[in-house]
Design a protein around this ligand. Structure first.
Ligand SMILES: [Zn+2]
Length: 906
């Protein structure tokens, strides 16, 4: 059967019956969500993992009789959609190629996507279709976009609540900034979702006389004591700038970045070569020459570099190449245990660095820096004897108070690039609005919320705690982009990580708002609906919506990719703890790892992206669902491989092919075994589902099940799978809901599979002895095959001898006491005839004495073997003789062990 056709059929049935649109009342509820997708491109299979896990969770809760809400919306806030539309308008080759060749978007459609709204509608439509094709049990009645005016009213209400609590502040700050977009940026706006980290650097002034200074930025201000000269690239452009610090010289590019942080008037521009040969005064009052150096990168730092040859291998090598070491001797300023007099020379000699171009120069630099920073002590100046790390701070302070240096801010993890392609800089932004996650009382509340939450995996708790501690003020507005106007300054937009923190509350009532106008959604209205504050007569719908909200809230589980543990998820906790009373705080967070493609990270540059909808067309949704979740535990990355997906598909087809065995009742031993296996799985799966142990569930309910059914059908003379299929398809339906529906309807049962309750295990059917017996038979067949292989001929007669009772006693003693001597002592005490054989047998068990499995008694073992005698004969084409070790005609019968009969072939 064509999977896609079958799946479409059931999706139609579900949609028609509103199978996933829960009532807003009655019964025990569960409310689960995952991040709303950002529709600036179609989804690939990597996106499918979190949503599939979420859907499995929701479907299992329904099997357990819960009324489950799983809503979805679209996040369009911020600049990425605008940036994408702009790139399309500008006909960005790379992007158009990806959309055309990988995602198969038709040319005429692509032309329209330069319009941001059309882009949103197109990609959100694609994503919605993909989610429906995946069979996700979503209530689409609640869908919204974050630029909806209804949603904006909600976000404005949220900002007002935070403001009332004193968590919204305003001030002047240095922030990561895109000069092209003219906007504050965070991870959401950058290529590769990198969060720019801002770091302070000391800008040291070297006097040229007349109130003019060369500016050198450094992470090691303490090394001003050892400066012998400055370097400047003769080809670089240098600007003279009038600032409150005096007239400063910067590399031109460097000034462009620094000008975002300090005011200045550019007086003129000169070539670097003009500076070469001049003398500059260090802050300590020593004159040093400015030397031309082509190795200086004009865009790094300020474009002018100080030379400290005693401690910087590159400077030492450069001076040595210029033959200037005698004229400008290195000035050591610190030392550490084991250091030579000139540490840079010491490490250059030790590593045999040949010159500036030698890769070892970089190693030398890193190694020396590490030693000096961690073990170094100052040897000159007023901080003599002080550890370097401390001296560094003190020198920076001293220079700043003496007006000989100032602070500039850089992107420490740069270069970070905006989605528009421009490199991120640091800007001093005036009157910026913040959400103050640094507020100590708020942090305590957030931790309280966290303390009562269950987290999967639990080990993520320390990451959340660390982030809660570490978070400070977060800029919450942007000057451009899509989204909600900030209520206290409507020229600004609420940024995307601030309007995605408590929106789950909005889902609860989103479907009930269509009859209202956005203007009706006042602060008082939301106060009543979400907080129960004020009067129910604020709006005729208010009381009804309050009830619906209280029915669904709190959120029972938030599903997420593990990459959001350090930003979105802590914000989600903070904001819930601030806005809502304890009773509405979220209950749990479940995170998962990424999906790799054939072992590699999916990326545009590798060209190994598999669009979700293409994967569905190729394999069917159930196969894709299983393939993106079944291979790994939640926190691990999982690997999508074509060969694995093909294997999953084959097994799914096998399960569908079993309808011909749809009979009731197989009273044979094999039938009992299958019932035992089924009921054991039904019992164990409940535990695994509650712990979201997806990989183990997949192994047990799918791979293992297929294997066991193949065995059973071979083994039983009257295979009957009616009961098995009926129950199995329901228990496994969270993974493959379409397959479940098809099998269920094939069993001619009433109603839909997705409406059924979890099939409770019949504990009485779980039979350890029968299962051990089948395992024994499987082992015997394996042994026969191995022996035949070794001797290269088929047997005509097979003797199978069950181990003697005394061996079972020794085995039992050793298994219970986990000790070999216990077995030998038993043999002595019970006068086993052949003590040599007894101790030999005990020794044979020694290696696994701590993990001996339970085994059957002699009679039970013989019973299992007798039952399978005809089967073994059929399988091997040989006559089968079954006997006891005691009194056997073959000497080799002595090799028999409990659970592993001796096998002799003739
Ligand atoms: Zn930009």
């Amino acid at each position: 059967m064509e999977f896609r056709e079958m799946e479409k059929k059931w999706q139609g049935v579900w949609e028609k019956g509103g199978a996933y649109n829960p009532k807003d009342e009655g019964g025990e509820k569960q409310f689960y969500t995952a991040a709303f997708p950002y529709p600036n491109s179609p989804q690939h299979i990597g996106h499918g993992r979190t949503y599939t896990i979420l859907d499995i969770h929701a479907r299992y809760a329904r099997l357990k009789g819960k009324n489950v809400l799983l809503p979805m919306a679209f996040h369009v806030t911020g600049t990425p959609i605008l940036a994408m539309a702009k790139k399309i308008r500008e006909k960005d080759e790379e992007l158009l190629r990806i959309f055309r060749d990988i995602y198969g978007i038709p040319e005429e459609k692509l032309a329209e996507l330069g319009d941001p709204k059309k882009l949103v509608m197109y990609f959100s439509g694609e994503i919605e279709e993909g989610m429906k094709e995946m069979g996700y049990s979503i209530d689409w009645r609640r869908k919204f976009y974050t630029f909806d005016r209804y949603f904006s009213k909600f976000i404005q209400w949220q900002m007002k609540k935070l403001h009332e609590l004193g968590y919204i502040t305003q001030g002047n700050h240095r922030l990561a900034w895109c000069p092209s977009c003219g906007n504050v940026v965070s991870s959401h706006d950058t290529k590769g979702d990198v969060d720019p980290e801002i770091e302070e650097v000391t800008a040291v002034k070297f006097g040229l006389g007349g109130g003019e200074f060369l500016v050198v930025s450094t992470y090691r201000p303490e090394t001003v004591y050892g400066v012998t000269n400055l370097w400047v690239s003769p080809k670089s452009k240098i600007v003279r700038v009038k600032t409150k610090e005096g007239v400063l010289y910067f590399g031109k590019d460097a000034w462009e970045a620094v000008s975002l942080q300090m005011e200045g008037e550019v007086l003129g521009e000169i070539d670097g070569s003009v500076l070469a040969g001049k003398k500059a005064m260090t802050p300590l009052g020593r004159g040093v020459p400015v030397l031309p150096a082509s190795f200086v990168d004009p865009s790094a730092g300020t474009g002018i570099v100080m030379s400290v040859p005693a401690h910087a291998p590159y400077d030492y090598l450069a001076l040595r190449d210029l033959d200037k070491l005698e004229e400008l001797p290195p000035i050591p300023l610190l030392s550490f245990p084991g250091a030579t007099e000139i540490p840079a020379k010491g490490i250059i000699d030790k590593l045999g660095v040949e010159g500036q171009g030698d890769v070892k120069a970089e190693i030398a630099t890193k190694e020396l820096y590490k030693k000096e920073a961690h073990k170094g002590k100052m040897t000159i100046g007023e901080f003599e004897g002080m550890p370097v790390l401390e001296a560094k701070e003190r020198v920076a302070e001293k220079l700043a108070t003496e007006n000989k240096a100032f602070t500039i801010y850089v992107v420490a993890n740069g270069p970070v690039v905006c989605r528009c392609g421009t490199r991120i800089a640091v800007k001093r932004v005036e009157n910026q609005w913040f959400i103050n996650y640094g507020d100590e009382e708020w942090k305590i509340k957030a931790k309280e919320c966290l303390a009562e939450m269950s987290l999967i995996p639990e080990k993520t708790r320390k990451d959340y705690l660390r982030t809660v501690d570490w978070l400070k003020k977060k800029a919450c507005t942007r000057s451009s982009g899509l989204g909600t106007p900030f209520p206290f300054d409507e020229s600004k937009i609420v940024e995307p990580l601030s309007d995605s923190t408590i929106y789950m509350a909005f889902y609860t009532i989103a479907h009930e708002l269509s009859g209202m106008s956005p203007e009706e959604l006042t602060e008082e209205f939301f106060d009543y609906v979400f907080l129960g504050k004020g009067d129910k007569d604020v709006h005729p719908e208010a009381e009804k919506l309050r009830k619906i909200f209280l029915y669904w809230y709190p959120l029972d589980a938030r599903h997420s990719g593990a990459d959001l543990v350090r930003n979105h998820l802590p914000f989600f906790i903070f904001n819930h703890a601030a806005v809502f009373p304890k009773a509405q705080w979220p209950k749990s967070i479940i995170v998962n790892g990424f999906v790799l493609m054939e072992g590699k990270k999916m990326s545009k540059s590798l060209g190994n992206i598999l669009p979700l909808r293409e994967a569905i067309r190729k394999y069917g949704a159930d196969v894709v669902r299983f393939s993106v979740v079944g291979g790994a535990d939640l926190p691990q990355d999982t690997n999508f491989e074509t060969s694995i997906a093909e294997g999953v598909k084959e097994r799914a087809e096998y399960m569908l092919s079993l309808s011909k065995y749809r009979k009731a009742g197989d009273g044979s031993r094999a039938g009992k075994w299958l019932r035992s296996r089924l009921n054991r799985k039904l019992r164990d799966a409940q535990l695994l589902y509650s712990g979201m142990q997806i990989r183990e569930l997949g192994q047990m309910l799918f791979y293992e099940t297929v294997q066991e059914l193949q065995w059973y059908i071979k083994r039983s003379e009257t295979p009957a799978l009616g009961e098995f299929l009926e129950k199995w398809c329901i228990a496994f339906s969270p993974f493959m809901p379409h397959l479940a529906e098809e099998i269920w309807s094939g069993c001619e049962k009433d109603g839909l599979a997705v409406e059924q309750k979890y099939p409770g295990p019949e504990y009485g059917a779980i039979d350890d002895a029968v299962e051990m017996g089948e395992k024994l038979i499987l082992g015997v067949l394996g042994d026969v095959e191995n022996i035949e292989k070794r001797f290269g001929k088929k047997a005509s007669r097979i003797y199978i001898y069950a181990a003697a009772p005394w061996k079972r006693e020794i085995y039992r003693e050793m298994r219970e006491k986990k000790d070999m001597r216990a077995g030998i002592e038993w043999a002595k005490a019970n006068r086993v005839e052949d003590m040599g054989a007894a101790s030999k047998f005990a020794k044979s068990l020694l290696k696994k004495v701590h993990s001996l499995p339970a085994v059957l008694g002699e009679e039970e073992e013989l019973g299992a073997l007798e039952d399978a005698k005809a089967f073994i004969s059929r399988e091997t084409g040989a006559e089968v003789v079954i006997g006891r070790e005691g009194g056997a005609e073959h000497e080799k019968a002595a090799a028999a062990a409990p659970g592993k009969p001796a096998i002799i072939l003739e």
